[in-house]
Design a protein around this ligand. Structure first.
Ligand code: IYR
Length: 228
């Protein structure tokens, strides 16, 4: 098969070694201040920050550049209320019956439970959907066919990481929330049959009295293996 793409020269800014180190240190220091937040203020946030974060996520690499993602932004209070009610119903069932003792023990240090007030308090919810396969509608006949998406899980995971970085550096707090199961999100948000809910991300300012668990990240020597 021949390529549909034309190739063009790469636009690449070569930094000095000093600039490279300075940028990488600043980025590390900034990212180390990111925390998952569960207590949100109801204060509104500029919508352009949400748009820019989603555009950043949309610039992520993806399998065969298929960009298998949809970012649904919810600020409507009634839809947030519906999402909270459905998520809490599923989470209550999970915490009380579906999760193993081992799982509950692993979560204990985080202090989570089935109550999800952040789903209504945060001014925005970004609900990320993964397109498990593509849908193509023939303009002539109106006939819709499915086509395969490659590495959609990995692609959406990378895009979500970039979304979280963008929101953090714009001074906003996020929570990566994965109610289980998430089918109710497809119903409430009327998503097509090829889309699967991937994660719900409440976005906003932390509540004035927000607390986070005193957890630490593994040091470099535990997470990096170097063959020189
Ligand atoms: N989805 C549940 C449980 C939960 C699971 C993991 I793994 C976490 O890191 C945190 C929570 C909830 O949102 O409470």
């Amino acid at each position: 098969m021949t390529s549909n793409y034309n190739f063009q020269p790469l636009q690449f800014e070569r930094l000095s070694p000093e600039e490279q180190l300075a940028h990488s240190r600043h980025f590390l220091a900034a990212m180390r201040t990111r925390r998952t937040v569960r207590d949100f203020s109801t204060e509104s946030v500029p919508f352009e920050i949400i748009e820019n974060a989603i555009a950043t996520a949309g610039s992520a690499p993806s399998g065969a550049n298929q960009q298998p993602w949809t970012f649904v932004v919810v600020s409507n209070p009634e839809i947030k209320r519906q999402i909270r009610a459905a998520a809490e119903a599923e989470e209550k069932e999970s915490y009380e019956h579906r999760m193993s003792e081992e799982w509950l023990e692993a979560l204990a240090p985080l202090g989570t439970d089935w109550h999800k007030p952040h789903l209504e308090d945060a001014p925005y919810l970004i609900v990320v959907f993964r397109q498990a396969y593509g849908l193509h509608t023939e303009p002539q006949t109106g006939e819709t066919t499915k086509f395969k998406h490659y590495y959609s899980e990995e692609s959406v995971g990378i895009a979500v990481g970039m979304l979280l970085c963008s929101l953090h550096q714009a001074g906003l707090a996020t929570l990566t929330h994965t109610p289980n199961p998430m089918g109710f999100l497809s119903d409430i948000l009327q998503r097509p049959s090829n889309e699967r809910a991937f994660v719900v991300i409440p976005v906003g300012y932390p509540a004035a009295d927000a607390k986070v668990p005193a957890i630490t990240k593994k040091p470099l020597n535990e997470i990096m293996v170097h063959f020189d």
